[in-house]
Design a protein around this ligand. Structure first.
Ligand code: AMP
Length: 329
């Protein structure tokens, strides 16, 4: 089965946008590919997080992904820092990667601009660590957003260069796997385009019914349609898009009809939307709570995942050492 690798950023909680834009696709992928999902805690060191936050955020993210349906029986989910082979490969790949090409990476330039007092070598070599994350499993597919295309090109370059230098056909060139065609763009509740952490307009999967309902009832609306069958302004379209994502077809149709004949009451629409979001998130929220309260279970899952990932990476690294010319004992 083809190997797929994807890193998961260990920052913050999952919101509806994350779920429908990314996690739902991971859940589908685990049925069709040999998936390796990892929580990228080493990558997060570029911003110097506090020690106590590192484990805490890895556990939070692990609990939330498991609650969404990432199934350790179907895929390998592990914490990056539990599988040290990647660091050895990172070193080898860094030997074949040049300062100029790393400096040209757009995400590096952006980060360097955002944190001018902390332009560290880890930031510069982020693409080679990402390449090592992928190549250690000899993965062929990587589910990433379009913004990662340059990093993916670096990963392919690393694979190609290694193969050329040593005259081997060892690393496959990993391809981006864009699931954006099937991914939904989840809008925010504030009338702005997208639901996102930095926009501060998120509905988080861990939130309870009361919090979610309060947020939805506060959603921005307008004064209502003035003519039958008129086009919806963005703020209203956003509510309908959310309704489309979480509600039954008949519910959407009911409110579409109300919009079209100008009898819509936004209060009713929001109440229904809140109830349907809660209906969707509640089982996930309960599972998040269950996993978060069971550190032993989380540790066991992380340990099993690390063992499986280690097995895959160790096999690759044994070959890599041989190819480079190190003695194999
Ligand atoms: P972030 O939490 O911003 O790091 O996003 C992680 C991933 O979640 C992104 O790469 C997208 O695939 C997905 N995502 C985040 N926000 C949204 C959204 N509002 N609609 C659809 N997908 C999203």
């Amino acid at each position: 089965m083809e190997k797929v690798v994807s890193g998961i950023r260990p920052t913050g909680h999952l919101h509806l946008g994350n779920y429908f834009g990314a996690v739902a696709n991971f859940i589908k992928m685990q049925d069709n590919y040999n998936c390796y999902f990892f929580i990228a805690d080493w990558h997060s060191l570029t911003t110097h997080p506090k020690p106590e936050d590192i484990v805490k955020s890895a556990h939070t993210i692990l609990a939330e992904y498991l609650a969404c349906g990432i199934d350790p029986a179907k895929c390998t989910i592990y914490i990056q820092s539990d599988v040290r082979e990647v660091l050895e490969l990172y070193l080898y790949l860094n030997m074949n990667t040049y300062l100029g090409e790393l400096e040209r990476v757009t995400t590096f330039k952006e980060k360097a601009r955002k944190q001018p007092d902390n332009v560290n070598a880890g930031l510069l070599t982020y693409p080679t660590l990402m390449a090592a994350d992928i190549l250690q499993h000899r993965a062929v597919k990587v589910p990433v957003g379009k913004d990662q295309e340059q990093n993916m090109e670096m990963a392919r370059k690393c694979a190609r260069r290694f193969n050329n230098i040593y005259g081997v056909e060892f690393f496959p060139e990993p391809q981006s796997f864009h699931y954006s065609a099937s991914a939904v763009k989840v809008p925010g509740l504030d009338g702005s385009g997208k639901m996102g952490k930095s926009e501060g307009n998120c509905i988080y999967l861990y939130e309870d019914a009361k919090t979610i309902t309060k947020k939805v009832m506060k959603a921005v609306t307008d004064t209502g349609p003035t003519a039958p069958n008129s086009e919806k302004p963005e703020v209203i379209q956003n509510l309908f898009t959310l309704l489309n994502i979480v509600s039954e077809e008949e519910t959407v149709k009911f409110f579409e009809d109300k919009w079209n004949d100008c009898s819509i009451r936004y209060g009713d629409l929001k109440k229904q939307l809140a109830a349907d979001i809660v209906k969707f998130t509640e089982p996930i929220r309960e599972k998040i709570e269950m996993y978060s309260n069971d550190t032993d279970l989380l540790m066991r899952i992380a340990k099993d995942g690390a063992e499986k990932a280690h097995e895959s990476a160790a096999e690759t690294l044994a070959e890599v050492r041989k190819i480079i010319g190190f003695k194999v004992y």
